[in-house]
Ligand binder design. Structure first.
Ligand code: GP9
Ligand code: MN
Length: 541
């Protein structure tokens, strides 16, 4: 699950802004995990005082006397406990797989793990990573065991077209063509599937930076950090990115999101990614607000549209990225915006609210597509639509669990939480469902291939999703470091199992998975090294 580590505590500055979500998933109650350490510390200090007071008033007579002294006993107990805790924490230094905090916690205990995290918090940030001479595309490809294809399919198929990328908040793939009581939750996405290349096996690779990590990954083809939001941890780096690639082709790049741009440090992230301009709360002015962050998705699209229309009229090629918000956890959409009937059983529940919010966002997307069609932009536009991350995660709430299983016809599992939709609509290309496996890291190379652009001048950790049937996708933060997905299976690092991605069935092959896990860990470490290299060598001017 979501880990409470020292970086997470650092993110508590967001507390006031994300209060409603925190109430359910990021509860301050988790701070109790650290209370044990605090109690031990206070206890230790207190005892020290008692001990000193006691012995300053009595004279130390004999060892025999000391042996039976109750204060001494207490003191001995706490000293031994504190010592054990320290030794335990230090002992983790020898634990073989420190990247896997889940397994580590399971095996050496939560207290030891958090002690270790505390010990390494500072050092972690200054780790020396893989030497930069290993940083080549060939090394990455070798680790992933992929061969670049010499005659890639769809190369240049959308050359010169405008690109609109829509990142949907919290929208999982199971929602596509999913019905509740005969009602489609995403009718507009469903009809877009009929006009698009649709990838049902596409996965979210975000870390602690959620939405902002998804923006980073898709625009750079690099991995997020193991801990902390990348937009907060790394600043003023000139990333090789989709906007920079497109700039060479004469495109302008714009990004739209209704929240304040300082949230997730986007005011720094956007220039780092090479966007020419961003439109945030200052532009949207909280018109028709939903939730606590800003304008509805309807307004997001409606106010972006005239800007795109004008660029189109001026024949200025553009890349526009739109990040939706209305379907954000905890999915409290005002009733006036409900557009479908949902069964009484789930009315007012998180599940019911999720469906209503997603359905609303889907409706606003449909309107935007209508506008693109009505004003002549559609034939000149590549539309890429994908989900940023999970909307529903494993829960112990049995009502929620059982109801979801009933609606879905099977259990909603980890794979479902990782699986977000990807639709790419290209003018002139016939609709098709493509079962190739991909992740957010693959978006940049995929778009580059469609536009016929070379990636020779930068490293990419992803691959063109059209031209590779195999893949090796890494996951971190929400899952233990080294968790992976290939064309066949999902494997959580530290476990002996893999889950078939098509039927979700588990199978055991410890050695094989361990090998793959190690390859993914190297891949992630290489991405970290590259980030370090960029931080040192490519500062934002
Ligand atoms: C707010 C939005 C929040 O701007 O990014 O989404 P989250 O990161 O919590 O998914
Ligand atoms: Mn999000």
């Amino acid at each position: 699950g979501r880990r409470l580590n020292w970086e997470a505590l650092g993110q508590l500055t967001y507390l006031s802004e994300v209060k409603s979500s925190i109430a359910e998933i990021f509860s301050p109650i988790y701070l109790l995990f650290y209370v044990d350490m605090l109690i031990l510390l206070v206890w230790q200090l207190l005892n020290r005082k008692i001990y000193v007071d006691y012995f300053s008033t009595k004279s130390l007579k004999s060892a025999k006397y000391l042996k039976f002294d109750p204060f001494f006993k207490k003191k001995a107990v706490t000293t031994v406990t504190a010592l054990a805790l320290t030794v335990c924490s230090l002992s983790v230094v020898f634990y073989p797989d420190k990247g896997n905090k889940m397994a580590m916690t399971r095996e050496v205990g939560i207290l030891t793990t958090q002690g270790y995290e505390l010990l390494t918090f500072w050092q972690k940030k200054h780790d020396k990573l893989a030497p930069t001479d290993k940083l080549t595309q060939a090394t990455i490809n070798r680790l992933k065991q992929i061969e670049p294809s010499s005659w890639p399919k769809y190369f240049g198929a959308a050359s010169g077209k405008n690109i609109i990328l829509i990142q949907l908040e919290s929208i999982e793939n199971f929602l596509i063509n999913f019905t509740v009581d005969g009602e489609q939750i995403t009718p507009n996405l469903n009809s877009l599937v009929q006009e698009s290349l649709y990838f049902p096996y596409f996965y979210s690779q975000i870390g602690q930076g959620n939405t902002s990590d998804a923006e980073f990954i898709t625009n750079t083809s690099l991995y997020p950090l193991a801990d902390g939001a990348i937009a907060k941890e790394l600043k003023n780096i000139k990333y090789p990115s989709l906007p920079r690639l497109l700039k060479e082709q004469g495109y302008v790049s714009l990004t739209f999101h209704a929240n304040d741009v300082t949230f997730w440090n986007r005011d720094n992230l956007y220039p780092c990614l090479g966007f020419d301009k961003y439109y945030d709360k200052a532009f949207y002015q909280d018109e028709d607000p939903i939730g606590r962050w800003g304008s509805s998705d309807q307004v997001l699209f409606a106010k972006a549209f005239p800007i795109l229309k004008e660029l189109h009229a001026k024949r200025q090629k553009f890349y526009a990225s739109l990040i939706t918000l209305s379907s954000h956890h905890p999915y409290n959409l005002p009733e006036s915006k409900h557009r479908i009937e949902i069964p009484d059983e789930i009315k007012g529940t998180l599940l019911g609210n999720y469906f209503l919010a997603v359905n609303y966002t889907d409706y606003t997307l449909g309107q935007f597509i209508q506008a693109l069609k009505a004003h002549g932009l559609w034939d000149n536009t590549v539309l890429v639509v994908f989900g940023d991350h999970f909307g529903l995660r494993n829960t112990t709430d049995t009502f929620y669990k059982n109801t979801l299983s009933k609606l879905l016809g099977r259990d909603h599992d980890q794979l479902d939480s990782l699986n977000v939709p990807l639709l790419i609509r290209i003018p002139g290309l016939k609709a098709q469902t493509i079962n190739n496996v991909g992740g957010q890291v693959d978006l940049l190379p995929t778009i580059a291939n469609l536009l016929g652009l070379s990636l020779d001048k930068q490293l990419v950790f992803g691959q063109d999703i059209f031209n590779h049937s195999d893949n090796l996708l890494g996951f971190r933060f929400y899952y233990p470091e080294g968790t992976l997905i290939t064309a066949n299976h999902f494997h959580e690092a530290g476990s002996r199992y893999g889950f078939n991605i098509f039927n979700h069935k588990p199978y055991e092959d410890k050695e094989f998975f361990l090998q793959q896990e190690n390859r993914v860990k190297s891949l992630l470490a290489l991405s970290d090294s590259y980030l370090n290299y960029l931080a040192e060598n490519q500062p934002l001017p």
